[in-house]
Design a binder for this molecule. Structure first.
Ligand SMILES: Nc1ncnc2c1ncn2[C@@H]1O[C@H](COP(=O)(O)OP(=O)(O)O)[C@@H](O)[C@H]1O
Ligand SMILES: [Mg+2]
Length: 381
């Protein structure tokens, strides 16, 4: 297998995830799903693999929504997907087209929705889904990638209406399932909307599933296949694969990336070489591992009051080495003048948990991924 960090990988090259995918199909029998994890953990790979493996009674439709900029653009995107599918079974989105023709006063053709349709986007969206559901018998699974980015792009008011409309479509068409994936937690988007006065809970009918790193076994297997595929010379291939998986917290993107670096480096690869390459990647100001994301997210999604808490808490924890209790954490941050409010500290600890920076075990907190801790330490401590 060849290393391909960040690129689209074929379903057959998606290592592991079978159990997760099996669980997801099971959940989808009952309800829609929010699939959440940081960037590059493997969400897109999971849903694309689901698309390729779907049983005959399922109709999976995948769409990346990261660049959608308005509700009308969203509807247009979905409309195109629906028409594309229906044309394969010699059908069209008849109701939606009839509605568009009525709006425009002339027969609607093509796929580009006219601006005059903009105020009617909710109706159009509902019609489009109706056309899809009524023209075939399979269970529709809408695999929508990066929904929170879209919500961020389209503005608060439209985001609220879109979330509500999608929820009502799920209620109206019980055979339709939606899978939202998101790298920014939906809780941040909802937090922003709540501050703007939104009081609904538009995803409380959906099951939230996170995408963890690979199992140690699958990560080791991936490392081994990539070492072999890239012809990397090492004294003990299995031992090297185990070491790589462990050092990279079993996160597949970093494994792919490290293998590229090792290939470019050439020569015999041993533990010392691997450690040195990882340290260089973490320290590289060009951020090949896009780890700046972990730092930048604090600026983008934590408000002014929360921000110093998040940074100080992570700094204390990164330096500590081991797990810390809440009191130990708070004792550490309260030395600083901006972080002395205990309730705020609790709130931010919770947010850091939701954002996968840290987790709690036996009443103590630690970084969720040793690799991110190492990065944080090399960046700030
Ligand atoms: N299960 C997997 N097996 C092998 N490589 C993977 C797997 N999941 C992710 N990757 C690697 O990580 C990269 C990022 O994965 P992706 O699915 O795009 O993450 P996300 O959608 O969460 O940002 C992929 O391009 C690939 O190199
Ligand atoms: Mg993705």
């Amino acid at each position: 297998m060849k290393a391909n960090p960040g690129g689209e990988i074929a379903p057959a090259e998606v290592m592991g995830r079978d159990r997760l995918i099996g669980d997801l199909w099971g959940i989808l029998e009952q309800q829609s799903v929010i699939l959440s994890a940081e960037r590059r953990m493997g969400k897109t790979s999971v849903i694309k693999k689901m698309r390729s493996e779907a049983a005959a009674d399922k109709l999976p439709i995948y769409r990346d929504l990261e660049n959608v900029r308005s509700p009308l653009e969203f509807v247009e995107t979905i409309f195109k997907d629906v028409e594309e599918y229906l044309s394969k079974v010699d059908r069209t989105a008849r109701k939606t087209r009839a509605f568009l023709s009525q709006l425009g006063g002339i027969e609607f053709s093509g796929f580009k929705l006219p601006e005059i349709a903009a105020p009617h986007w909710k109706n159009l969206l509902t019609q489009t889904i109706a056309d899809l559901v009524e023209n075939q018998d399979r269970r529709v699974i809408l695999l929508w990638d990066e929904v929170p980015y879209m919500l961020d792009n389209i503005g608060d008011a439209a985001a609220m209406e879109l979330l509500d409309t999608l929820r009502s479509i799920r209620q109206m068409y019980p055979a339709v399932r939606m899978v939202y994936t998101g790298s920014i937690g939906l809780h941040h988007v909802l937090g922003v909307l709540r501050k703007a006065g939104y009081t609904n809970d538009p995803t409380n009918d959906m099951y939230v599933q996170d995408v963890p790193p690979l199992s140690a076994k699958d990560a080791t297997n991936l490392a081994r296949k990539l070492l072999e595929g890239e012809n990397i010379k090492t004294p003990d291939i299995q031992g090297t694969a185990v070491f790589i998986a462990d050092e990279l917290s079993n996160i597949p993107f970093y494994i792919h990336h490290l293998i590229v670096k090792l290939r470019l480096r050439g020569g015999l690869v041993d533990v010392a070489a691997i450690k040195a390459v990882i340290a260089t990647c973490l320290d590289d100001p060009l951020n090949p591992w896009k780890m700046e994301y972990y730092r930048e997210r604090v600026d983008s999604y934590y408000d002014e009051k929360q921000r110093p808490y998040a940074l100080n808490l992570l700094d204390i924890l990164a330096a500590a080495g081991g797990a810390l209790s809440f009191d130990e954490l708070f004792n550490g941050i309260k030395q600083e003048s901006e972080t002395q409010d205990k309730e705020m500290a609790r709130k931010v600890v919770r947010l850091l948990e939701q954002d996968y920076y840290i987790y709690k075990q036996d009443s103590k907190y630690q970084f969720r991924y040793p690799l991110i801790q190492k990065y944080w330490k090399s960046l700030r401590c």
